[in-house]
Design a protein around this ligand. Structure first.
Ligand SMILES: *[C@@H]1O[C@H](CO)[C@@H](O)[C@H](O)[C@H]1NC(C)=O
Ligand SMILES: *[C@@H]1O[C@H](CO)[C@@H](O)[C@H](O)[C@H]1NC(C)=O
Ligand SMILES: *[C@@H]1O[C@H](CO)[C@@H](O)[C@H](O)[C@H]1NC(C)=O
Ligand SMILES: *[C@@H]1O[C@H](CO)[C@@H](O)[C@H](O)[C@H]1NC(C)=O
Ligand SMILES: *[C@@H]1O[C@H](CO)[C@@H](O)[C@H](O)[C@H]1NC(C)=O
Length: 953
């Protein structure tokens, strides 16, 4: 009865509900990520000459340019510039100048300029002669320039040529170019107040490289002079050069000999090489030397060299004499155990160095060793610091500093005067797999219920009585808690109080860099824990299976790691096996409204299971790397029972099956005239997608997983195989999208979404050939084919991934969740909008209207209310997971792959949740008032009735 009532409500309320503005950040959360900031291209910068507050700019290893608000770590804007061809190999470069309204970034062969304040594209330029090797903004004012945007000096390097160009700040047009055909390695560019320098590496006769410096006139681009430095004994590869100073009064080239005994410094443009002996006082091998120098033209010619050993670090500060180009040591920052990072910046001409160590942050001036500011760092961490950028502010004698520190874990945090202000978990951008955490207690109950289900009537009854008696031990605690619970439930508002209904779930996310996180969807996706489960940069995760209390991560080499899901501790590891795995198959069974896992099995790349599955009754469908679909039954992992090969020329790209939790609330569809169309409900459906890259066709095949029989197939023509093709299957319907020919109007192409529904028979109230059969088997040769009703819709943009919302009983209308990569959004299209039975070219009859059908329109515009991500810019999503909650109306959504996004979908409104405006207190007061009124009025009424009786007689 309750179920019917819920069904009734679910069908009545108008579906498709938008998120209300007071629910933003309450029911949804979003980590807008960039990736790990690059050490040379991260800086604080004032976005325009009129603003005092600076923003934090970076380009990440994913080639995303972004501006962060240093106050709270929120993203102000970002642009993905990795699209440009061969960007993957070369690291991106980003440059900015105070007071310039633009930042200039490069990745691969393209250079683009972005508005510093709003991230709008100003210009973009591509060069055919190689990737961009270096970039500088010219700080010198061009007398003829009319605008404030500074010109860019860009160096592109190809096989044997290096080209230096000066690009106009406003338009990106080339003002001059200098070509170097000598075959040198194009290395960097730099500039001084009067010259532009092109630094290239010339192969020496025997081995190593000579550093060649070519000075160019900034106005004409003509070569003024050239110098070759004899560095070949030290410089074996471009990596040997530690630093090429840009835009300082005396730009430097610094390199070290191979044994790290001495440092060589050259002031660019001079012939002189100064040698500095390295004081190896720590008694340990020096592992890394970094040079920090200010990037401003007017700053003092001072620089700092930071030496890192295995367990500690120290730094030395040097001054350059502008006249003689001599380099002298000024002072030293002492050797300290633990990690240390140095950042430099300048206030007017003064240069400040900020050193962040495990225990403290200090600020010193480059002129003298006196410590200007010292703060204890609150969060000392075992997480190694990779690099830092800092901004020092001086006010009279006092200084303040904020430093953005990148740690090895991928956490990027801002430390302001020793306090950690915010942390951005940038490593989450590498997420490749995720799984919901299983609650321990709920699992127990499900198990008990299962035991009861398998016993006889009396046995089950005794079992249940015992279970309830056991539960009684919690009664005293429960009673003690009761008053508090009543009061809090009256006083707090309802929407924030749903955590006990399964909407506050944890989810485990694993990244390809070997880190594993647990996020709490009940607390805006906050990180509960993050651990480095494996030291690797490419963790080929195949699957995460979660079980009560723990989760197991399976890797392609056959190894696995088991992790405690409440603490992140590694419980156990298993060694790699000889079998390279393609995927992990799980056997699951739906018991009531929960899914119980029976077992799991690795699948090798050729599609064969690693072992026969003996103790599980079931079947298995796999795909092989040579493009076949294979069906397996228990006890045999050598010979598939069936095999499906797409027609020749077609390449298998995807196979999807119904989700393991896919409850069907009703087996038929009630039509307007009260007749019923019976759904074709086969739990073993598999939808296979194959494309022919030559013919530009795509085939979609619906298979029966047990027999391998093709139940339905269709081919689409004119398909662009380079565009995303997504598919999903649930209940008695499946959907797919692609870019291809539009059927009716010839010669036009578009993005299409096709939906197909499966029925037992085309006739209402008819169950087809299965009607009389009490049971049937898929293996039986004459398995009936479904009646398929399809409809295609033209959609405005591509869909890269599809998923279906899941609710507990399947009563709530489902939504087809689509990831829209070109607008960085996620939409949930209500299923009934896509109904293929919508009347074409006519208005619906009254019976059809009663069914909720409305006139078919070929073009499906995504309604603003369908956007689960509403106004958020959710970028890079690869996978969307859905999970039912204890509330039938609500489905949890979690999306990952680039950004992290989570929300709650209520496709039929939150019909089983009281709204925020509902006041329990008011209800209680009303009841009390009514009771008081009744108590007061009842005697009066009784008296009056008695009096009336007397009067009547
Ligand atoms: C910027 O700082 C200057 C001096 O520090 C101050 O006079 C001015 O009002 C500030 N401007 C803004 C927009 O805050
Ligand atoms: C530094 O000194 C230690 C011990 O004296 C020695 O083992 C190491 O090789 C030296 N490292 C360098 C780079 O000189
Ligand atoms: C996980 O850690 C918690 C807290 O340390 C512990 O109580 C629990 O038993 C652990 N679970 C497993 C499966 O080891
Ligand atoms: C009910 O309507 C469907 C079409 O909507 C029609 O095919 C069917 O024959 C009708 N059934 C009855 C009993 O009128
Ligand atoms: C299924 O039906 C066939 C005949 O139609 C019968 O022989 C078989 O015993 C039935 N199986 C079950 C499990 O009812």
């Amino acid at each position: 009865m309750r179920l019917q009532a819920a069904l009734f409500i679910a069908a009545c309320v108008s579906p498709a509900v938008a998120i209300y503005s007071d629910e933003v950040n309450h029911i949804d959360f979003h980590h807008a990520l960039l990736g790990a900031p690059s050490p040379d291209s991260t800086f604080f910068l004032k976005p325009s000459s009129s603003s005092n507050a600076s923003l934090l700019y970076t380009i990440s290893d994913k080639s995303i340019v972004g501006a962060i608000n240093p106050r709270d770590g929120t993203l102000i804007w970002r642009q993905d510039i990795s699209r440009s061809g061969s960007a993957s190999s070369a690291a991106g470069i980003l440059r900015g100048l105070d007071g310039n309204n633009a930042v200039v970034g490069a990745a691969g062969d393209s250079i683009s300029s972005w508005g510093a304040q709003d991230g709008k594209l100003i210009w973009e330029n591509r060069f055919a002669d190689g990737v961009v090797a270096d970039l500088e903004l010219l700080e010198l004012e061009d007398a003829r320039a009319t605008s404030s945007a500074r010109d860019t000096i860009a160096l592109t390097g190809g096989e044997s040529t290096g080209v230096v160009r000066r690009l106009d700040g406003d338009s990106g047009e080339t003002k001059w170019e200098y070509k170097d055909n000598s075959g040198d390695v194009a290395f960097q560019v730099s500039s001084s107040p009067t010259e532009v320098f092109y630094i290239s590496l010339q192969s020496a006769m025997l081995k190593g490289y000579k550093i060649k410096v070519t000075a160019l006139d900034p106005v004409t681009g003509r070569q003024t002079h050239q110098q070759v430095l004899n560095s070949e004994s030290d410089v074996a590869s471009p990596e040997s050069i530690l630093f090429v100073g840009a835009n300082t009064a005396s730009p430097l080239i610094v390199w070290a000999d191979k044994s790290h005994k001495s440092l060589k410094v050259n002031v660019i443009g001079t012939k002189q090489i100064s040698t500095i002996n390295i004081d190896n006082t720590s008694g340990q091998d020096i592992q890394q030397i970094t040079v920090h120098a200010p990037h401003k033209l007017n700053s003092l010619p001072h620089f700092l060299v930071h030496y890192e050993t295995e367990s500690g670090a120290w730094a030395e500060v040097y001054h350059v004499d502008m006249k003689s180009s001599a380099v002298s040591k000024a002072y030293q920052l002492p050797y300290l155990q633990g990690q240390s990072a140095v950042a430099t910046n300048n206030v007017d001409a003064n240069v400040f160095f900020t050193r962040v160590t495990d225990s403290e942050a200090i600020v010193v001036s480059s002129a003298s060793h006196g410590i200007l500011g010292r703060w204890n760092v609150d969060a000392s961490s075992t997480d190694r610091v990779l690099h830092a950028v800092a901004e020092v502010v001086t006010k009279g004698k006092t200084v303040a500093v904020r430093a953005a520190v990148l740690r090895k874990s991928g956490d990027w945090s801002l430390i302001r005067n020793g306090q950690t202000e915010w942390t951005r978990p940038e490593a989450l951008i590498y997420a490749v797999a995720a799984a919901w955490v299983e609650d321990e207690d709920q699992e127990e109950l499900a198990h008990e219920l299962e035991v009861e289900g398998h016993e006889g009537l009396i046995g089950a009854y005794i079992h249940r009585v015992k279970r309830h008696l056991r539960d009684l031990q919690h009664l005293p605690e429960w009673l003690k808690e009761l008053p508090k619970r009543i009061i809090t439930s009256i006083l707090t508002d309802e929407v924030s109080n749903l955590d006990s209904f399964g909407v506050a779930q944890s989810i485990i996310v694993a990244t390809e860099k070997g880190r594993v996180y647990a996020l709490d969807t009940g607390r805006q996706g906050a990180i509960k824990w993050g651990v480095q489960a494996e030291e690797t940069s490419h963790w080929d995760i195949k699957s995460i299976l979660s079980q009560p209390g723990s989760a197991v991560i399976y890797i392609s080499d056959g190894s696995s790691v088991q992790i405690n899901s409440s603490t992140g501790e590694v419980i156990s590891r298993s060694a790699p096996t000889n079998n390279k795995l393609q995927s992990i198959a799980t056997f699951e069974q739906q018991v009531g409204s929960s899914v119980i896992r029976m077992g799991s099995l690795g699948i090798q790349e050729d599609g064969t299971p690693v072992a026969p599955f003996d103790d599980i009754t079931g079947f298995l469908v796999t795909t092989s790397n040579d493009g076949r679909v294979l069906g397996w039954v228990e006890k045999d992992n050598k010979h598939p029972v069936w095999e499906f090969v797409p027609p020749s020329g077609q390449k298998l790209i995807k196979a999807v099956s119904r989700p393991s939790h896919d409850p069907v609330a009703s087996i038929g569809k009630v039509l307007g005239n009260r007749s019923v169309l019976y759904k074709y409900l086969n739990p073993n459906l598999v939808l296979v997608t194959a494309v022919d890259e030559k013919d530009h066709t795509a085939g979609f095949y619906l298979l029966d997983g047990v027999s391998g029989k093709v139940l339905y197939s269709t081919t689409q023509a004119g398909v662009d195989p380079t565009q995303p093709i997504a598919s999903a299957i649930s209940e008695n319907w499946f959907a797919y999208s692609f870019f291809g020919d539009v059927v009716d109007e010839s010669s036009s192409k578009g993005y299409q979404l096709v939906i197909s529904e499966l029925y037992e028979s085309p006739l209402p109230n008819d169950r087809g050939p299965l009607d009389s059969a009490g049971n049937y088997s898929s293996l039986h040769s004459n398995i009936p084919l479904p009646h398929v009703v399809s409809q295609a819709y033209l959609i405005p943009e591509p869909i890269s991934h599809m998923a279906v919302t899941q609710t507990r009983q399947g009563i709530t209308i489902r939504q087809l969740i689509c990831v829209l990569p070109s607008s960085n959004a996620i939409v949930g299209i209500p299923r009934h909008v896509l109904d293929p039975r919508r009347p074409v070219d006519r208005d619906p009859t009254s019976a059809e209207a009663e069914e909720g059908l409305f006139r078919y329109a070929p073009f499906l515009e995504f309604d603003g209310k369908w956007y689960l991500s509403h106004s958020r810019d959710v970028a890079g999503i690869k996978t969307v997971l859905s999970r039912p909650t204890l509330l039938e109306s609500t489905s949890l959504i979690f999306a990952f792959g680039g950004d992290i996004f989570g929300t709650r979908a209520t496709p039929s409104h939150a019909f089983d949740i009281l709204g925020k405006s509902f006041s329990k207190l008011q209800l209680v007061l009303t009841v009390v008032a009514l009771a008081a009124g009744v108590a007061f009025l009842a005697p009066m009424t009784r008296k009056k009735q008695v009096n009336m009786l007397w009067k009547a007689t």
